[in-house]
Design a protein around this ligand. Structure first.
Ligand code: SAH
Ligand code: SF4
Ligand code: F3S
Length: 564
């Protein structure tokens, strides 16, 4: 096969980011060349998100732009991967013939085959006199979609889960010490919650848990390659549960397992009676990783479901120093009526109790480890009245998240809410409520940040701050306040360091100050000002944890100095 050039763009959540990384690794190992310039690609892939209409619109507009390009270059192969592919199915290809390949998130292991197939189909379209003229406007029509197949079988083990092979075959290449050494590891796929507004259970399929040994091994391999921070991924991580008695082994590989949660009494605090030996619970898994991967400085996880989150998990976090005190536990609303319509399965009082329990176990500012919480809220869900909304404002003030993602309700075809609950809050009202919640959260974030002034934290230094790079005229990635020292970004960070080092040894030996950025274990962003005499240390600090005392705060960032 001639080397083909692939452009892969990712939308949506961390799951998609991880999927894209795995897909890119797989394609690279097969001889494809990945490029960050869409213009030079033979294959353009979008890994898509369906969670809100807005997320899909971005992709529609990208596809629209590709139409003209494909007329010019009829050999171009276009693929839609991920949740949008799964949700829209073949209809998407009919509406957008520019798309040649569709591949749902549950079928990504088949992507290389699909691409091969699509490339061949395009070549034959071009070779055939009948179709050559219109090849640019035709789709190769290649698709692999799950069609919720994962929900059909009721057996506990997922027979021959080939998707597991994609995670297992993750290519881990040694990480440059200057890279932001952080990685995702999947523990659970899919979701069984069926919140009425949410499309994820339909696009990602049934909840499936990966065998703990696979997860621990993957963490070890990543750490051996230089990774310093791992974030475990699942839609509801605390539902992680693996029953060893029921494990199925195929071709020597333990298969992932469908979710069968232990109903642990009211609000699920009671310990799973089989925890430890016969069953690996989420608490067990965290503990195992912490103990078996001792060289991993930071372990995180997202997203926590604010129910069935036992004290056992909180105790493990409290007792394991390298597990971060950061919990992302979306409330979605502060009104019981709305929570019931959303089918969230908890009341506001239960949510408050959960947050309270988290604080009791984990909030220790006196040792530089305050608990940081974050959340998600939806405004303008079906029937949300002014009173319901006022309750959400109250919840936001009480919960004191360090940050909160706020979304306007967006009805998604296929969900229960789409079929049964009217989207009856006018757009104008949604917008107003959205802005109001943003303003409330801004106040809360400000206050939470200011509380950190005077405290000292362990900060994982991620790199030269964006501000610093801008100041020095080095290219800065748009978006995100932090620099991502990925393959492309590394050289520019190195350039800044080289320049800083040159400055440091320059006239009068005075040097210049350098600003680094990093994060606390509570996931707060910290900017560290290195004094001119410290700037030569910058390079050695990146990728490591340093003690930093905080002397100033802004809404979403802290500023400090290295502790003497
Ligand atoms: N599994 C996670 C959330 C995954 S989706 C959890 O349950 O916490 C990420 C966020 O998108 C959700 O928390 C919710 O706030 C938002 N969201 C999901 N569907 C939405 C919709 N139809 N309209 C607006 N926001 C939505
Ligand atoms: Fe969606 Fe609810 Fe599952 Fe989260 S828990 S992914 S909001 S269905
Ligand atoms: Fe979007 Fe799918 Fe993630 S819908 S939020 S990419 S699971």
């Amino acid at each position: 096969m001639p080397a083909r050039t692939v452009y892969l763009e990712t939308f949506g959540c961390q799951m998609n980011e991880l999927d894209s990384e795995l897909v890119a690794g797989r394609l690279a190992s097969l001889g494809y060349r990945l490029t960050s310039a869409s213009d030079e690609a033979d294959i353009v892939l979008y890994n898509t998100c369906s969670v809100r209409e807005h997320a899909e619109q971005k992709v529609w507009s990208r596809l629209g732009d590709l139409k003209a390009k494909k007329m010019e270059r009829p050999g171009l192969v276009v693929g839609v991967l991920g949740c949008m592919a799964e949700r829209d199915g073949q209809a998407l290809m009919k509406r957008m013939p520019v798309v040649d390949v569709m591949c749902g998130p549950g079928e990504l292991d088949k992507l290389p085959e699909l691409l091969d197939n699509a490339v061949r189909t395009r070549l034959s379209l071009l070779a055939d006199e009948q179709t050559a003229m219109s090849a640019g406007a035709r789709s190769a029509g290649v698709a692999a979609l799950q069609g919720n197949a994962s929900r059909r079988s009721s057996t506990l083990s997922v027979a021959n889960d080939s998707l597991e092979m994609l995670d297992l075959s993750r290519s881990v290449s040694p990480i440059d010490s200057q890279a932001k050494a952080s990685a995702y590891v999947r523990i659970t796929r899919g979701c069984n919650k069926f919140c009425t507004y949410c499309v994820v259970p339909f696009t990602r399929g049934a909840e499936v848990h990966r065998p703990p040994a696979h997860i621990v091994d993957e963490c070890k391999r990543l750490v051996d390659a230089g990774v310093r921070e791992i974030t475990l991924l699942g839609q509801t991580v605390n539902h992680y549960r693996f029953e060893h008695d029921a494990a199925l082994v195929i071709d020597g590989i333990v298969q992932p397992q469908k979710g069968r949660s232990y109903k642990g009494g009211a609000n699920g605090h009671r310990r799973d009676p089989f925890a430890g030996e016969r069953v690996t619970t989420f608490a067990d898994l965290l503990y195992q990783i912490h103990e078996q991967v001792p060289d991993l400085p930071r372990l995180r996880f997202v997203t926590s479901y604010p129910r069935d989150f036992g004290d056992d998990v909180l105790e493990v976090i409290r007792d394991c120093p390298r597990i971060c005190r950061y919990i992302h536990a979306p409330a979605q609303s502060g009104s019981d009526r709305q929570l019931a319509l959303m089918n969230r399965g908890y009341t506001v009082a239960e949510y408050d109790e959960f947050i309270q329990r988290c604080r009791e176990h984990l909030d220790q500012p006196e040792i530089g480890r305050p608990l940081m919480l974050s959340g998600d809220m939806i405004v303008g869900f079906s029937g949300e009245s002014d009173e319901d909304f006022a309750l959400s404002v109250d919840l936001l003030r009480r919960s004191r998240y360090k940050n909160c993602f706020i979304f306007k309700y967006s009805p998604r075809p296929g969900t229960t809410a789409f079929d049964r609950l009217p989207d009856d809050v006018p757009e104008e009202v949604k917008r107003r409520r959205n802005n109001e919640l943003l303003a409330v959260q801004a106040e809360v974030s400000d206050a939470v940040s200011r509380e950190q002034v005077g405290r000292t934290f362990d900060v994982m230094i991620e790199g030269i701050s964006r501000r610093e790079r801008k100041r020095r005229g080095v290219d800065v990635k748009p978006g995100g306040g932090m620099i991502e020292l990925t393959v492309g970004g590394r050289s520019s960070a190195a350039a800044v360091l080289a320049e800083a080092a040159a400055d440091a040894s320059g006239l009068n030996g005075q040097g210049e100050s350098v600003q680094l950025s990093g994060r606390t274990d509570g996931d707060q962003i910290v900017f560290i000002e290195l004094a001119p005499h410290e700037s030569s240390r910058a390079e050695g600090l990146i990728g490591h944890i340093a003690r930093v005392s905080i002397d100033r705060a802004e809404r979403l960032s802290l500023f400090g100095r290295l502790e003497a």
